[in-house]
Design a protein around this ligand. Structure first.
Ligand SMILES: [Zn+2]
Length: 169
């Protein structure tokens, strides 16, 4: 049970009665937390308690902690509380696979970015080459035109790549 489920299932009155304490008609008990409480100063509410004598108060867990002198964890367990089970092996294998998978995806994305940068460099070198070849030929000669055509498509690719690479930065 969770903390809330325990609170729903055990009322403060029931808990107090487990300790052999019986609230009077007004819902008070003699406070077990301070000495000489002859008038019964500790009021029992639906899911909490408060002592008008010594000021002690809290919920059912606090009551058990004070009565038994134990930690919250011990009180919680003694009232039927359960802590979440640790991950099973299947769960951790699953988690590991997920992590490896996302590492792999990230690595792939990085690789793609690297490839784009490498390609960008290649294309820019090709463009240099075309430009120098073009200078060697007469403008608008067949060779020059072929080179110009290659240069234009390289330029187009370069511009596309440049846009993608700069978006990744
Ligand atoms: Zn008290």
């Amino acid at each position: 049970m969770t903390k809330e489920e325990i609170k729903q299932s055990i009322s403060m009155t029931e808990l107090v009665e487990r300790y052999g304490l019986r609230p009077n008609r007004a819902g008070f008990i003699r406070c077990p937390f301070h000495q000489g409480d002859h008038t019964a100063s500790l009021k029992i509410y639906r899911d909490s308690f408060y002592c008008f004598g010594c000021g002690e108060g809290g919920d059912i867990f606090k009551f058990v902690m004070l009565m038994d002198g134990c930690s919250f964890k011990d009180a919680f367990i003694s009232l039927g509380g359960e802590y979440q089970k640790p991950e099973t092996k299947a769960d951790s294998r699953h988690a590991l696979r997920d992590r490896l998978n996302s590492d792999w995806k990230r690595e792939r994305a990085e690789q793609k970015k690297r490839n784009k940068r490498i390609r960008l460099l290649q294309v820019s070198r090709d463009m240099d080459l075309y430009r120098s070849v073009m200078r060697a030929y007469k403008p608008f000669s067949d060779e020059w035109c072929t080179c110009m055509c290659e240069y234009s498509s390289a330029l187009e690719e370069y511009e596309c790549l440049w846009e993608e690479v700069s978006a990744d930065l």
